[in-house]
Ligand binder design. Structure first.
Ligand code: EPU
Length: 434
């Protein structure tokens, strides 16, 4: 499938945020820890949720969906091998903890790298092994057992990985004794996951300095939870307003989740108005260049740099962006340059402090020279956030662009074409592949 986008006109209006992809998918897997019924509200209608739902159903969940609510109930785990899913994402690795806790065995597919880097899972496996899991790497799977059950231990992550923190957290909920996760990731989606788990009976404490304490319980009960709004969508729409000189009220956007982004937004010449129900974003005047380093929360998030970079192509001067979370997240720059941007990729750390990718020859820093007019082009979307950068660039560019492989966008942005149409975008979804 493809989008045909005619750009060039500033977009104006209101967009409502969907529930956060990176919380919704985790809560579905976390619900496997409980044998009781669970209701999740504000579930986004995206492919990654559908894929995760399929994973849960394959192990024994019954799922009903009504508008933005999901009712999920897993009275028994009937299958612990999740190799035959028809579609893939990176979520199955998080099912290890719940399956081991409830059934003592689990088999999940090997994940491999993707468009943004090799994405190893060594920290996930180390944490689970420390808790008593025996994990064997097979030809196309990880096979895990926990002959003595899972037990609480101290886990020190060498990097505050979102996924490894979530994996250790889920495994600890029903483990024997106390687990301490040190150097944990503390992204808002993780805090939301913790709040959901507390709601259904878990005992979790947040300490200072990235510490999370979990006291294992023998069982969880049922309950309801409303998922937080998607801050990555908020940043995408805010960046769109900046790049395309539009004015967009993002209903559901929350200052608390966006503090670092809002500072960058104002520094480059964007402005915003924070209201109880959301935030309005617009361009206040001439855009200026900026230096940004991506980081774990509360830093400037890696998923924000791709949409924001498009706005930087319209700023006067040279902006510097140092990506420190993933080694290979500038694959889309070649496409932005095809559309007229002037961006150079460097393997040097163009930041104050060399990051862990220093000297490893990964293109993980960019210089963006602007302003440059963007022109329409025919592109293929390679990953979710880079795909949003392409959409924004196409909405800035005069003329008709074609964006192929929009299934990548459907993974994480709910009905994105419909929502953009509502604020004046000229965007058509076409089944054609050419
Ligand atoms: N890492 C390791 N070993 C591990 C785990 C991670 O070296 O065992 C490395 C990764 O290779 C990467 C860094 O640690 O260089 C950070 O990875 P992290 O585990 O934090 O990321 P993730 O859990 O795989 C989630 C989001 C990403 C988001 C990152 C960072 C989901 C499903 N994905 O990924 O979101 O960029 O955290 O915040 O929650 C997206 O939504 O498009 C997306 C990619």
């Amino acid at each position: 499938m493809k989008f045909i986008i005619k750009g060039g006109n500033p977009l104006k209006g209101e967009i409502t945020l969907a529930g956060a992809k990176n919380a919704a998918t985790k809560m579905l897997v976390a619900s496997l820890l409980s044998a009781k019924p669970i209701t999740l509200h504000n579930i986004p209608d995206i492919l990654d949720v559908a894929i995760t739902g399929e994973l849960c159903e394959s192990v024994g969940s019954s799922i009903q969906r009504e508008e933005t609510n999901i009712f999920i109930h897993t009275p028994e785990i009937i299958n612990t091998c999740v190799l035959s899913l028809s579609r893939k994402n990176r979520i199955p690795i998080l099912a290890l903890g719940p399956l081991l806790a409830r059934q003592g065995t689990a088999e999940i597919p090997l994940l491999g790298g993707d468009k943004i880097g090799p994405r190893p899972v060594d920290m996930h496996l180390e944490a689970l092994r420390a808790m008593g899991a025996l994990i064997e790497k097979r030809e196309s799977s990880y096979y895990a057992t926990a002959p003595q059950g899972l037990k609480g231990v101290k886990i020190v992550l060498r990097y505050p990985s979102v996924g490894a923190t979530e994996n250790a957290l889920l495994a600890a909920i029903l483990a024997k004794g106390r687990t301490v996760i040190e150097n944990a990731a503390v992204e808002p989606e993780i805090i939301d996951l913790i709040k959901f788990l507390q709601n259904i009976g878990a005992i979790i404490e947040l300490g200072t300095n990235r510490r999370i304490y979990i006291d294992g319980v023998s069982a969880l009960h049922g309950g309801e939870y409303t998922i937080l709004p998607d801050r990555n969508e908020a940043v995408s729409f805010a960046s769109l307003a900046l790049a395309n000189n539009g004015t967009i009220f993002v209903r559901g956007a929350r200052q608390d989740d966006l503090i670092t982004f809002l500072n960058a937004y104002r520094k480059v010449g964007g402005e915003y108005k924070i209201e109880p129900m959301g935030i309005t974003f617009w361009r206040a005047g001439t855009l200026r260049s900026i230096e940004i380093e991506t980081d774990t929360h509360p830093g400037f998030m890696t998923d924000w740099q791709q949409p924001f970079t498009v706005a930087l192509t319209q700023a006067h001067g040279t902006s510097i962006l140092h990506e420190t979370v993933y080694e290979d997240r500038f694959g889309h720059i070649i496409d932005l340059n095809t559309m007229g941007a002037d961006i150079r990729v460097f393997s040097k750390c163009l930041g104050e402090i060399p990051c862990r990718f220093s000297g490893m020859n990964h293109g993980h820093s960019i210089l963006v020279n602007g302003p440059t007019p963007l022109h329409a082009s025919c592109l293929t979307i390679k990953d979710l956030r880079a795909g949003m950068a392409h959409v924004i660039a196409a909405l800035v560019a005069e003329g008709a662009s074609e964006l192929h492989n929009i299934e990548e966008l459907d993974r994480g942005y709910e009905h994105i074409d419909e929502r953009l149409k509502n604020i004046g975008a000229n965007i058509i979804r076409s089944e054609d592949t050419i």
